[in-house]
Design a protein around this ligand. Structure first.
Ligand code: TXA
Ligand code: MG
Length: 317
C-alpha cells in the first residue's frame, strides 16, 4: 500500500467514510483513526499498529452532544471538568452504551471518550457525524508521533493517508481519568496536570496508573513509548565510553558530546511539546545510548517521567 501525506480534508473524509484508516493530527499526538461504527475498519487499526485487540481504543467526538448516545452516563463531575478542559487533552472512562462495539473496549463495559482540540480533526468529526476510534499513530510499544513525518517513519505502507496538521502543540497524550467511589482517579498522566484537575475538583485526584479493573491497558504496560536505542533516565556518567546522546530539560553548558535541549528556558510546557520529537531525533542520531534528564515530579513532569520510565524499562537489566 502506498502511504500519502497531505492536507486534503475531503480526501481524509472520503477514506474514513469508506472504511479505511487515516492518520489524523490532534493537539496531543497523531492518532490512527477509523470509523468507530465499522468493525472491519477498527480491526485495520489494530493490524496497522501491530497492537493486541485486548487494548481498548479511545473514541473521539466533536462534542458532548455527539457522544451522549454512545455512553450510559456522563457524571456531573465530568461535565464540570469538560466545561473547563474540553475540547482538550482529557479522556473520560464512562459506562458504554450498546452502540459501542466490544472491539473498541476490549470487551469491557466502559469506554474511553475524548474531545480533541485540533481544528482539522474537529472539522472531520463534524463532517463525519460519527465517532473516530484512534490510538496514537505509532507501531505498538514504540514512540508516539507528534508530526506527520513521525507517522510516516513507522506506518509507511500500512495506511493509505496521513492528514498533515502540523506539529502537535501539546506533545503528550491526553490525561485519562475515571470515577471510582465518587472520586476522580487518574489512569494515565498527560496533557492536563493533576494540579489543574485538583483546582477544579477541590481535592487531589489519586493516580492509579498501573492497572484498571485488572485489565492491562497499553499506556499501563511497563515497556512502552520506547526508542530502539537503549534509553536511560539520568545524566551520562563521566566514564561513559559509548557514543551517548544526552537530552536535558534546559540549557546545560556542562554537557559534552551529542546533546539535545528540550526548552532553552527549561519550561515544562515547551519541553512536553518537544519531548517525542527529541526522542525520535535521538533515536536516528546513530548513537549507542540515550540519556534523559529526569523531570521534576509535578505538573507535566509527571506525565513525561511516566513515559520515559516505561521506555527505559525495556532496557533495564
Ligand atoms: O492523546 C491521546 O489520548 C491520543 C490521541 C490520538 O487522542 N490517543 C492515545 O491512544 O493515546 P492510545 O490508544 O495510544 O492510548 C489510550 C489508552 C490506552 O492505554 C488504552 O488502553 C486506554 O486508553 N483505554 C481505552 N479505553 C479504556 C477503558 N475502557 N478503560 C481503561 N483504559 C482504557
Ligand atoms: Mg499510544
Amino acid at each position: 500500500m502506498n502511504t500519502e501525506i497531505g492536507t486534503d480534508l475531503s480526501k481524509a473524509l472520503i477514506l474514513l467514510q469508506s472504511g479505511q484508516t487515516v492518520a489524523v493530527p490532534t493537539e496531543t499526538v497523531y492518532g490512527l483513526a477509523a470509523d468507530a461504527n465499522n468493525d472491519d475498519a477498527v480491526l485495520d487499526i489494530f493490524k496497522a499498529k501491530g497492537r493486541p485487540t485486548s487494548n481498548p481504543l479511545i473514541l473521539h467526538f466533536a462534542s458532548l452532544a455527539q457522544a451522549l448516545p454512545y455512553i450510559e452516563v456522563f457524571p456531573e463531575v465530568f461535565q464540570k471538568l469538560a466545561s473547563v478542559f474540553c475540547p482538550g487533552p482529557l479522556t473520560f472512562i464512562v459506562p458504554k452504551s450498546s452502540l459501542v462495539s466490544p472491539l473498541i473496549t476490549g470487551g469491557q463495559d466502559t469506554v474511553a471518550i475524548r474531545f480533541p482540540k485540533h481544528p482539522a480533526l474537529q472539522e472531520l468529526l463534524s463532517a463525519l457525524g460519527r465517532p473516530l476510534a484512534a490510538p496514537s499513530a505509532n507501531l505498538y510499544g514504540q514512540l508516539s508521533p507528534t508530526t506527520a513525518t513521525h507517522v510516516l517513519e513507522q506506518l509507511t505502507g500500512r495506511i493509505p493517508y496521513i492528514l498533515d496538521g502540523g506539529a502537535c502543540w501539546e506533545g503528550l497524550e491526553s490525561t485519562i481519568i475515571g470515577l471510582e467511589n465518587e472520586r476522580v482517579l487518574i489512569y494515565r498522566h498527560g496533557g492536563v496536570t493533576t494540579e489543574a484537575l485538583a483546582e477544579v475538583l477541590g481535592y487531589n485526584p489519586a493516580a492509579k496508573v498501573h492497572e484498571h479493573n485488572g485489565v492491562l491497558t497499553s499506556g499501563m504496560v511497563k515497556h512502552h513509548y520506547a526508542t530502539h536505542t537503549p534509553l536511560f533516565l539520568g545524566f551520562k556518567p563521566a566514564n561513559e565510553n559509548q557514543n551517548a546522546l544526552q537530552i536535558t530539560i534546559g540549557k546545560n553548558e556542562l554537557i559534552t558530546g551529542p546533546h539535545l535541549v528540550l526548552s532553552q528556558d527549561a519550561a515544562l510546557t515547551e519541553a512536553a511539546r518537544n519531548l517525542y520529537a527529541a526522542l525520535h531525533e535521538a533515536d536516528t542520531a546513530q548513537v549507542e545510548k540515550i540519556y534523559v534528564e529526569p523531570f521534576p515530579n509535578h505538573g507535566l513532569g509527571l506525565a513525561m517521567n511516566d513515559r520515559l520510565s516505561r521506555a527505559a524499562a525495556k532496557f533495564a537489566r
